[in-house]
Design a protein. Structure first.
Length: 215
């Protein structure tokens, strides 16, 4: 039985793709570019807002202004919870897991936005504030394992008793680097980035959050 569950946020706990895409498209259109499909922008998510903005402009072939990242963050902050919702069953799963293990969040999203989403969707109660790490905190962004290793130390749990739950190749690589078990959410919008042919046989995959309870 795992003693620590560390969750990614976007594409794992919450479906935030539309709000992210709408903010990115607002930025692109303001710079003279055409908007891109939500699915395409969703595939650019995973390594932080700066990488998302860089990829969006590279794909649009429009020159990126110096303040593009700041403008994107402003657009996104204004629509953070317009359409973002917890995936079906997430609250029940967290409630059940919290009774038998420690819970944490490790995301490349800025920490302020992370806390606002967790608060707004009534998920913050499952995570101690110091067990939530964002991409602009004291540790390098995933797939660097430093943040995950810190969460293990904080919880006094070994890597072997920890499960990293995410939806992308970034999450998989983070878990591999830290030596923890990993479970990939096929329902998440980052799953298309996972190199399935490279996965070891012990990598778990789920099609719905409720399946976590049977691991």
């Amino acid at each position: 039985m795992y003693r620590l569950y560390v969750f990614d946020l976007d594409g794992t706990l919450v479906d935030s793709r539309r709000d992210i895409a709408d903010a990115a498209n607002e930025l692109l259109v303001s710079c003279g570019a055409a908007p891109m499909p939500e699915e395409r922008i969703g595939g650019m998510v995973g390594e932080g807002a700066a990488q998302l903005v860089a990829r969006a402009f590279a794909a649009s072939e429009v020159k990126r202004p110096p303040d593009a990242l700041e403008r994107y963050l402003g657009f996104y902050s204004a629509r953070l919870l317009n359409h973002t919702r917890a995936y079906d069953g997430i609250a029940a799963v967290l409630d059940a897991l919290a009774r038998r293990a420690s819970l944490a969040v490790l995301t490349n999203k800025p920490i302020d936005s992370t806390h606002r989403i967790l608060d707004g969707l009534n998920l913050a109660k499952y995570f101690s504030p110091d067990a939530v790490l964002g991409g602009d905190g004291p540790f390098p962004r995933k797939p660097d394992p430093a943040g995950l290793t810190h969460l293990l130390t904080r919880a006094h749990v070994s890597a072997g008793a920890t499960l990293m739950v995410g939806d992308s190749a970034i999450d998989w690589r983070t878990a591999c680097a830290a030596g923890t078990a990993v479970c990939l959410a096929r329902y998440g919008f980052g799953f298309a980035s996972v190199p399935l042919h490279e996965l070891a046989s012990d990598v778990r995959e789920i099609d719905a959050p409720i399946e976590l309870l049977s691991l």
